[in-house]
Write a protein that binds this ligand. Structure first.
Ligand code: GAR
Length: 209
C-alpha cells in the first residue's frame, strides 16, 4: 500500500475528509504522517484525535525556507512516504522540496485556477464579483498554484451570497472531490503530459491484479 503525508496549516477540514475517506476505504493508501508549520493548527488536533502521527516543522525554528524543507524531506524519506497531499498548507514549498517528489505532490485550491491564486482564493473571487468560482485539484510544481490541473469543480456565487456562505459550499465541494482525486492518484489513473492530466477510465494493467 502506498504511504502518504498530509500537510496542514489551519482548520484541517480537508484533512478530516481525507481521514474519513481512508477509514471508509475510499482512499486505499496509508495516511502515515500529518505535518504542520503551525503548532496550534486545529488540523493537528484532528490527527491526534484520530490516532495518526503528526509532526510540526515551524519556520521560526529555522533560518531559511530551504532548511525547513530539507528537514521535512529527511523525515518523509525516513517514513517512506510515497506521495504528499497539501490540505490548506499555506507555505510555498521550495523548488528543492518539489524536485524531491516530482509529480508526487497534490494540492487543493479554493478557486478555478489560474484565477485567484494565493491564500485568499475565496475572498478574492467574492470581492471581485465573480459569478462562478470553484475548486481546483492540481499537481504541485515550484510556482504558486501553478501545476497541472487534475480536476476542477465550479461553484456558483448566488444572489444574496456572503463570503461565509460561499466558503461553506466551496469547502463542501473540496471535501467531495479531493478524496476522489487522491484515489485516482493511488490507482495510477492520472497520466501527466506537459500541462495536461488525463484521468484514465480504467485502472492501468499493473494495478489490476
Ligand atoms: C481550503 O479551502 C483550501 O482549498 C485552501 O485552504 C483551505 C483550508 O481549509 N488552500 C489554499 O488556499 C491554498 N492556496 P481546511 O484547513 O479546513 O482544510
Amino acid at each position: 500500500m502506498l504511504r502518504f503525508a498530509v500537510f496542514v496549516s489551519g482548520n484541517g477540514s480537508n484533512l478530516q475528509a481525507i481521514i474519513d475517506a481512508v477509514k471508509r476505504g475510499d482512499i486505499k493508501a496509508e495516511l502515515a504522517l500529518v505535518i504542520s508549520d503551525r503548532e496550534n493548527a486545529v488540523g493537528l488536533k484532528r490527527a491526534e484525535k484520530e490516532g495518526f502521527p503528526a509532526r510540526v516543522f515551524s519556520p521560526k525554528d529555522y533560518t531559511n525556507r530551504q532548511s525547513v524543507d530539507r528537514d521535512m524531506v529527511i523525515t518523509l524519506r525516513n517514513e517512506k512516504i510515497d506521495f504528499i497531499v497539501l490540505a490548506g498548507y499555506m507555505r510555498l514549498l521550495t523548488a528543492f522540496f518539489v524536485n524531491k517528489f516530482p509529480k508526487k505532490i497534490i494540492n487543493v485550491h479554493p478557486s478555478l485556477l489560474p484565477n485567484f491564486k494565493g491564500v485568499n482564493g475565496i475572498k478574492d473571487a467574492f470581492t471581485y464579483g465573480s459569478k462562478v468560482t470553484g475548486v481546483t485539484i492540481h499537481f504541485v510544481n515550484e510556482k504558486m498554484d501553478n501545476g497541472p490541473i487534475i480536476m476542477q469543480e465550479p461553484v456558483c456565487v448566488l444572489e444574496g451570497d456572503t463570503k461565509e456562505k460561499l466558503e461553506k459550499r466551496i469547502h463542501k465541494a473540496e471535501h467531495r472531490i479531493y478524496p476522489r482525486a487522491i484515489q485516482y492518484y493511488v490507482d495510477g489513473r492520472l497520466k501527466i503530459r506537459g500541462r495536461q492530466v488525463k484521468i484514465l477510465e480504467e485502472l492501468p494493467d499493473e494495478k489490476k491484479k
